[in-house]
Design a protein around this ligand. Sequence first.
Ligand code: 26Q
Length: 808
Amino acid sequence: MAAPNPPALDNPEVLAEKIVDALIYRIGKDQKTARPHDWLAATVLAIRDRIIDKWFASTRAAHKAGAKRVYYLSLEFLIGRLLRDAFSNMGVMEEVRSALQTLEVDLEIIREQEPDAALGNGGLGRLAACFMESLASLEIPAYGYGIRYLNGMFRQRIDDGWQVELPENWLDHGNPWEFERRESSYKVGFGGEAAADETGMIKWVPAEQVIATAFDTPVVGWRGKRVNTLRLWSAYPIDPIRLDAFNAGDHIGALVAKNRSEALIRVLYPADSSPAGQELRLRQEYFFSSASIQDIVRRHIQYFGDIKTLPDKAAIQLNDTHPAISVAELMRLLIDIHNLPFAEAWDITVKTFGYTNHTLLPEALESWSLPLFERLLPRHMQIIYAINAKILREARAKNDSDEFIRSISLIDENGERRVRMANLAFVGSHSINGVAALHTDLMKETVFHGLHQLYPNRINNKTNGITQRRWLFQSNPDLVNLAKEAIGDGFMDDFSKIAELGKFAKDKAFQEKFSAVKLKNKIRLAEHLRRTMGVKLDPHSLFDVQIKRIHEYKRQLLNLLETIALYDQIRSHPEKNWVPQVKIFAGKAASSYTRAKQIIKLTNDVARRVNFDPVVGDLLKVVFVPNYNVSQAEIIIPAADLSEQISTAGMEASGTGNMKLAMNGALTIGTLDGANVEIKDNVGDDNIFIFGKTASEVLELRQNGYNPRELIENSAELTQALNSVASGVFAHDDPNRYSDLVHDLYNSDYFMLAADFDDYCDTQRKVDNQWLDKSAWTEKAIINSANMSWFSSDRTISEYAKDIWRVI
Ligand code: 26Q
């Protein structure tokens, strides 16, 4: 059957009719009784039909061409709201807006009814979402594979300054973007035994099985050229109810299987950069890996007939180690089901997989205790031993030292024996990449030192990127209009052309317009915060933002201590020419991360004191915005003047918020960490504020015995700030609340706040001075926006496609 012609663009009246039709016949409401979320559903359904046409056409085209497909396996996809993404990429945003206007419905109001699909923690999950959008925009046939969590990332509420976690029920009103595909269902086993049968073939007989069923969401590329699939797995029991038990009166026991399978997909693990080692997490990892690999193999056989050609037609990318068990799962299918010899199966596996590493923090490297692994996945354990034997043979031939062999082994023998997922992912992949240049260099020297010696050609860098469609075009329309006015709209399709804005950096009239856009975005944010939090902010003050997961290595505490020092100074000298500023913080702490939660509480304690101090007035405000998520980011980022990227050098793999903020014209204050280094190279040394120890200086300090106490005592400002925190100035109700926190800074300060504090404060005062020269500031902001196109995820994905996946 020929592909139908794309539906003609409707005029607003025709589209309005379609929306009303959907409202009445598919939602079952009339115009009088419809509530905003009914209008939302009806509008999505009316446009969705067009997307589906493109979707099928894309799938057919890839099939016809016998194209190689990219499979992105990720336990997280932080996609946020989909309406604006889909409508804007389909090019129907304005058309829909006017259609709804004829019905007296406000698109912005119904847009806000859409819940955020928060199926991710932070950077890694959002990166997966940006990548999916870029893959579709670059017209690369690709599938994202993940889990359809019933509750994604928790909703954060702040009670008396403390974080409280609440479940986020994003599916409560249904999800008009997804399609359940019952026909795409696979059995996934757990436990039981793996032993040779009478023919000598290994047979795994699992003790328990669940069914994984696909839910597909279309991912619309720019200008609707291609629509890819995000396939998320849900779990069903094989026997939803044991009728015999139920009829015998055991109503709970009858439903055990249903509850067990549902537990698999119930929640996203709310950890970031430090794994929570529960059995359920390993079950989730295997559940989605197994379903995805079975689906990929099934599709390959169906289309191409021969499993041996898999690496020519499929590239599977592992988003960190969370799906690393896929390596053993593919081996199992090739050996046990497709009867390939081990060596051939291994060759296919290594050619098919690529692995992306997102962290160097040793405590964040995933490993599973051997007894747990063996009990849950006995056949995979055997396969991992076999892989390990092969790899260690190769290693010994190269270097027989114990230290080298220990570093290569898939089994960690220090203390309780554990399976190292990073080593499994590494040896099972032909490409291992870091996510920023510095991070990739450090990978070679630290976590993968031994493996890099054994396989010197495998590690490569792919500096992260972000999609400018969501993070600029959709979230900052006024800046886009200004850019169009100045340089035409060529940058919408060829984003490198945004560099032409640089020509206007010194143009006073353009500067005025640029800062007027920024001011408008700040007014919008101030209004949003007034409505949601009741705070009053002066949009003319400097908006200094640190928005990201709360983690000690990201050093929100450094920012806060500088804020306290500034507060002290303003109080001592209120007559000075201070720059009025707002310190905006937002982010979630992992629920089990006590210190991170304490930092949130301290932020709120400081805010309460500073914001109501009449001496300070509007000179300094501190705001902790609750429930940071993708939608909040879309409002905060375009309104930021200053972007805080102040991690301890060597610890932030890349960062991507740094890119979003700079692209929207915020200046960065940051350490030489992660992608900050490359942002500096692109925007130029004069247009970024760099401070602090470098990664190698941090290492040296650590090796030579770091002494924070001495550093603190040599800094009058830091001493005073810590004294006020320790003595309960911000916590009258519980003066000892922060004693341990201050004690730890004096005695260990693992993240080296003391080493960077003075330099950071000096640099903040340089920022203030720069702000006072409005024209020079705006010039720098324009240069930032103009020079950030390299950080488009289109560039990142093109590099993956050429160097790793070989699909272009
Ligand atoms: C692992 C095991 C068990 C439970 C949870 C986890 C877990 C979950 C999420 C471990 C880590 C994460 C998330 C890590 C993350 O977001 N890393 C960030 O990735 C970004 C994209 O590459 C980088 O820009 C950031 O620098 C990096 O911190």
